[in-house]
Design a protein around this ligand. Sequence first.
Ligand SMILES: [Zn+2]
Ligand SMILES: [Zn+2]
Length: 442
Amino acid sequence: MSSFDRVKQIVDDRIEAERDALFALGEKILHEPELGFKEHATSAKVQDWFTRLDLPHRPGLAVTGVKAVLDTGRPGPTVCLMGELDAIVVPGHPHADSESHAAHACGHNAQIAGLMAAAVGLTDDRVLSALCGRIVFFAVPAEEFVELAFRKQLIDDGVIEFIGGKPELIRLGEFDDIDLAMMIHTSAPRDDEKPVEVWESLNGLIAKTVGFHGKAAHVGNPWDGVNALKAATLAMDAIDAQREIFREDDGVRVHHIISRGGDLVNVVPSEVVLEMNVRGKTADAIQRAGEVVDRCVNAGALAIGARADVDTIPGYLPLRNHQSLVDLMVPNAERFFGGGCLGYRGHSGSCTDTGDVSHLVPTIQPSMAGASGQGHGQDWTIADPVAAYLNPGKTLAMTAIDLLRGDADQAEEILASWEAPMTKDAYLAFQRGIRAKASFGS
Ligand SMILES: [Zn+2]
Ligand SMILES: [Zn+2]
């Protein structure tokens, strides 16, 4: 056994020694789900663990984020391990909060348990003495791009500038000191999927909120009003009529909800709000689809004689997984999931703000088995706590060891050939350039 294998065994043993506490952490977060930028109780749990591990940390980053730093005391690159704090809204999920309907139906509770497992494993002098550089454990808020009205209010109040957690943390400079980033998302593999999956790329997105403004009137005299709901439904139909012009290669998805659909059934709806995502494989594809959407909104407003105010909001950039980081991760994942556990897949219609991080530093976000059911569905559940709560943490910790062992040759090699698609300034300028307001109709 090489000395680095022994170091990895120490990490494994340390995590196993805390197995029950880590399971309990994953389950506690599962039973106390919180939506993005509201994850105060989850953040407090993270802080408690960092305190227990004697890890210096700063809370309150982008409202609820917590960043801990483990310094080897020797110069070298900084590897960031991430876990997401937030839940989503799934009414009817067995673990949904009775008031907010928030539920961990995307498995982020497992990400935090995994992040803490990695921290438990690595905070040992025998491990640190074999490494150089620093390891950042970053509990990040608000990955799910939801509750646009609430988050726009946070923007108006000056609390945040961006709707998602990682873009906001990038803006705040919290990724300035990070050279490489890794995260593992829990998955529920279908029959044709492997326990560990790496997508070549994920979609990016922009969001739009559309306020349709009509004129209220008694429903007995609808000709005296202007029906904003009709304008909205026409706009949605017009968008559906465009789907055949969206090219497969562009991966475009346009989807919307009516977050306000009228107020009383006996009043002609005068105020209707759509929340919309426009997703695509490239920034150009997203922009083209966004222009089509605006045209459709215009059509709905014009036909009914309503006004539509469109607020275009920057979202997330497409994710590109860094191949050398994937290659380094694979043997560590195979240790837990067996040889041949990795499946490569093409392009996914999903989005994540890890995509934004991947434009600044070499980044990976593989998925790892441990759940069952439908992602974002009522039946999503952690089916295998070892796979969901422990193995991602062990894999992250051991890959960090591979990157930083000795003089961090592996990390330095990756960084030497890395050409960031964007600088931070270019990233912020790009995202800020997306923000736009437009009005259509009368
Ligand atoms: Zn999700
Ligand atoms: Zn997720």
